[in-house]
Design a protein around this ligand. Structure first.
Ligand code: HEC
Length: 172
């Protein structure tokens, strides 16, 4: 495997295809809510910052618990994914990809990750893609899903999170 171009083409995950139409997704999901309670992003200081931090760590604890319950069986407790996740299985679906640095999740905007989780792979992916990613909209509330996303971000090294925060990869 030489060059990142080849690597990219070997990532057959539906969201990679969805990236082409973030506008459509935005319509489906609506404007991003103030789901991030990290104070520094809101320019808070003093007690307000303390409160935001507390809220953030509560959200993370909830995210960790819910991730363990609903996502880890497929995506791995540390986001490591399933073996050979780039190889289509006999039934036409793919194994669950990693959510850590090795995977593709971090390439997508928060909103796209949210939509994929809430509505499931089949609703978000092109019709030709056979998805094995369940929809969680009936099991998890929006706040639950945002908490899980906050937890997934703890799988990413700081450099990667900073890169996304600057806009690279966070726009789809
Ligand atoms: C039954 C196994 C299974 C469970 C449980 C599961 N997933 Fe998935 N997930 C998959 C598979 C398989 C894919 C690969 C794409 C597809 O088939 O649509 C995937 C893809 C994804 C993607 C897209 C990743 C990418 O690289 O583009 C996200 C985001 C995601 N899952 C989030 C979650 C979250 C969050 C949970 C828990 C709430 C969860 N998944 C639970 C099987 C699962």
């Amino acid at each position: 495997m030489k060059g990142t171009g080849g690597m990219k083409r070997n990532v057959p995950i539906a969201l990679a295809l969805v990236c082409a139409s973030p506008a459509a997704l935005a319509v489906a999901v609506g404007p991003a809510r103030a789901h991030s309670h990290q104070g520094h992003e809101m320019g808070l200081q003093g007690p307000a910052l303390e409160a935001a931090r507390k809220e953030g760590s509560k959200q993370l604890a909830r995210g960790r618990r819910l991730y363990g319950k609903h996502c880890a069986s497929c995506h791995g407790i540390d986001g490591e994914g399933q073996d050979n996740w780039r190889q289509r299985k006999a039934d036409g679906t793919f194994p669950a990809p990693p959510h850590d640095e090795a995977g593709h999740t971090w390439h997508h905007s928060d909103r796209q990750i949210f939509a994929y989780t809430k509505f499931g792979g089949q609703a978000v992916a092109p019709k030709s893609f056979k998805s094995a990613m369940p929809a969680f909209g009936k099991i998890l509330g929006d706040r639950d899903i945002w908490a899980i996303i906050a937890h997934i971000k703890t799988f990413w090294p700081k450099a990667l999170r900073d890169k996304r925060a600057r806009g690279r990869g966070n726009g789809g």
